[in-house]
Design a protein around this ligand. Structure first.
Ligand code: CCH
Length: 292
């Protein structure tokens, strides 16, 4: 039987769903083992890597997107938006070495799926088919959102990828996870009290807390009036200021299941932007979470 191991020796084989589930399990196991990072999990930064690899997509020119994994190379690796993502790339490197047959671009998006699922989020269907490209496929700086801006900027950036208002709000709930780092983005702090668990708390906090400008020397951000330990970016706050965005914030705050479903669908779309699949949409796979 041909297995992942034969790929290691340079043999040609066609990986099956089981081979990808093994990679999934390896990522999940390593997330669990390396629990001394940040808030106790690499999950959030891995999801951010998958998003920044994918979110460079431009539907007008068909350039960018997760295909290519060009964030391996400078200057894309050192674009300001990608500061700190080297932690996620380095985390995944030994897994790539163990499974040389998988492309970086498939690995990074599969890791995004794994991070969401292992942090108790929705099951996110995924299919392989991304190919790595060289530095010449790199995208210019400025394709990812700028946190200091507001609704019109969000629309410009996400409409360029092919998303609508509802999907913009659905994706933004990822900020239930992780935190801002002063040595990366310049911003500081987490959005929620449980930054390693996928919940709709981001939407609930946006609506239920009172948010004030944080008084500090850093970039303009909001802090919650009560505990002063949580944060919102100007782009996060735009989702409650803008009427069309706000109706979705309200829907997701009310019902976690509704958000899980729409978040899942938007992530599937995000991770597939610009990928020249030879398989069909109904050939996506779902991977079993390790806690299931
Ligand atoms: Fe985000 N995000 N994000 N974000 N993001 C940051 C961190 C995370 C914006 C800005 C920032 C999405 C959308 C936006 C995650 C997932 C998603 C940080 C802090 C900034 C700034 C980085 C640091 O300092 O380390 C802006 C602007 C937008 C506009 O829409 C979307 C969409 C997703 C995923 C679907 C995750 C996860 C993090 C936490 C990373 C970590 O290291 O903890």
């Amino acid at each position: 039987e041909l297995t992942a191991a034969s790929g290691k020796k340079g043999g040609i084989f066609t990986p099956t769903k089981e081979d990808y589930q093994k990679v999934y399990n390896e990522i999940a196991k390593t997330i669990e083992e390396k629990d001394d990072y940040d808030d106790g999990s690499y999950g959030p930064v891995i999801l951010r890597l998958a998003w920044h690899a994918s979110g460079t997509y431009d539907k007008g020119t068909g350039t960018g997107g997760s295909n290519g994994a060009t964030m391996r190379f400078a200057p894309e690796s050192s674009h300001a938006a990608n500061a700190g993502l080297v932690a996620a790339r380095d985390f995944l490197e030994p897994i790539k070495q163990n499974n040389p047959w998988i492309s970086y671009s498939d690995l990074w998006t599969l890791a995004g799926v794994c991070a969401v699922q292992e942090m108790q989020g929705p099951v996110v269907p995924w299919r392989p088919g991304r190919q790595d490209h060289d530095v010449s496929a790199s995208t210019p700086d400025g394709r990812l959102p700028d946190a200091s801006k507001e609704q019109s900027h969000l629309r410009t950036i996400f409409y360029r990828m092919g998303f609508d208002d509802r999907e913009i709000v659905a994706l933004s709930g990822a900020h239930a996870l992780g935190r801002c780092h002063t040595d990366r983005s310049g911003y500081d702090g987490p959005w929620t009290f449980s930054p390693t668990v996928v919940t709709n708390d981001y939407y609930r906090l946006l609506l239920e807390e009172k948010w004030n400008w944080k008084k500090w020397n850093g970039p303009k951000q909001f802090e919650d009036k009560n505990t002063k330990t949580l944060m919102m970016l100007p782009t996060d706050m735009a989702l409650v200021k803008d009427k069309a965005f706000r109706q979705h914030v309200e829907r997701y705050a009310k019902d976690n299941d509704v958000w899980f479903n729409e978040f899942r669908d938007a992530l599937v779309k995000l991770f597939e932007l610009g990928v020249p699949f030879t398989t069909k949409e109904d050939e996506r796979w779902t991977f079993t979470p390790t806690h299931a």
